[in-house]
Design a protein around this ligand. Structure first.
Ligand SMILES: CC(C)(COP(=O)(O)OP(=O)(O)OC[C@H]1O[C@@H](n2cnc3c(N)ncnc32)[C@H](O)[C@@H]1OP(=O)(O)O)[C@@H](O)C(=O)NCCC(=O)NCCS
Length: 280
């Protein structure tokens, strides 16, 4: 039996290896898409010193990783190596861990260590939609949906910051996002208003191995909400993802937020949810 070897994270090549694990074990029972790691690692700058990241490898590939910040731990463990869930938990010693309901090997390791479900914690609905047929977007007169290019980065960042105010996304951090694998400019869509402002956006990350497109993130400037623009830009981006080979789209809105209604209206249905486990 091969033994997994653990080591510290050393840089971007390791992030790519962590994404390879996400790609290799992706299923409706896995919480992590390749796009999650790219977005979460690059959406802000200056956070690296607060992160601890560790990898477990066997047979030349990553079979588990943990990414800890303060008391929180994000972990991904190959279900073929269930015992490593305990190794990652023991290394990070977190107070709180969010898992998907299907990650049974991780849940088992948490429960063995006395963690309990925090029933008051917010949770994410994991929702999916087939991309076999995606309707054409309908836009108000004068509004245009199109992919954002590298020349648009200032306006691209402005619309994100308006939607998520207060936001720590900057032109510098967004350039890092655009440079991250598997970012594709052809899947980063905006709606441009008649006055040239970007009013809404939808960034899609494509896992080309599993043909799964993740919407992360989506937003509309508050000045343009309720006009159907998020609906339109998501449809436009999903059509582009379908043309690029995606068969399924996924998204993870937080329960109780308006975005749940947006995605329901777009034909997404829930297939899983997260649970937060806390150490008593
Ligand atoms: C969620 C968000 C993208 C919606 O943008 P929008 O352009 O106003 O959305 P649309 O006009 O296309 O509306 C889509 C649907 O959501 C509903 N909706 C939008 N905002 C809503 C709100 N505040 N309360 C209730 N329903 C709302 C609309 O009524 C519409 O449903 P309908 O088709 O049944 O009429 C926007 O509020 C936003 O940017 N929020 C902050 C960022 C965010 O949460 N992003 C999503 C993360 S997963």
């Amino acid at each position: 039996m091969v033994k997994a070897v653990e080591r510290q994270y050393t840089g971007p090549a390791d992030l790519r290896a962590m994404q390879s694990l996400a790609e290799r074990i992706w299923s409706p029972a896995s919480h992590c898409h390749v796009g999650d790691l790219a977005w979460q690692r690059f959406e802000h700058v200056g956070r690296e010193p607060a992160w601890r990241t560790r990898l477990w490898e066997a047979d030349g590939q990553v079979v588990a990783w943990g990414w800890a910040e303060a008391g929180h731990l994000s972990l991904l463990v190959d279900p073929a190596w269930p015992e490593l869930a305990g190794s990652v938990l023991d290394w990070a010693s977190p107070s709180e861990v969010k898992v998907l309901d299907g990650e049974k090997h991780v849940i088992t390791a948490l429960e063995r260590r006395g963690f309990q479900v925090a029933s008051d914690a917010p949770f994410h609905h994991y929702m999916s939609r087939s991309l076999a047929e995606v309707p054409s977007p309908a836009l108000p007169d004068g509004f245009v949906a199109r992919p954002a290019g590298s020349a648009d980065v200032d306006r691209r960042v402005e619309v994100h910051r308006a939607a998520w105010h207060p936001s720590r996304v900057t032109v510098e951090s967004y350039r890092n996002v655009m440079a991250a694998w598997p970012y594709r400019g052809s899947l980063d869509w905006v709606v441009e208003a008649p006055d040239g402002r970007f009013a809404a956006y939808c960034l899609i990350w494509l896992d080309a191995v599993n043909s799964v497109a993740e919407l992360e993130p989506v937003g509309t400037d508050p000045a343009f909400r309720g006009m159907g623009l998020a609906t339109a830009v998501c449809l436009a981006a999903m059509r582009a993802a379908s043309e690029a080979g995606a068969e399924q789209a996924i998204v993870y809105p937080v329960d109780g937020y308006p975005a749940v209604k947006l995605y329901q209206g777009l034909g997404f249905t829930p297939y899983a949810r997260t649970f937060t486990y806390r150490r008593p």
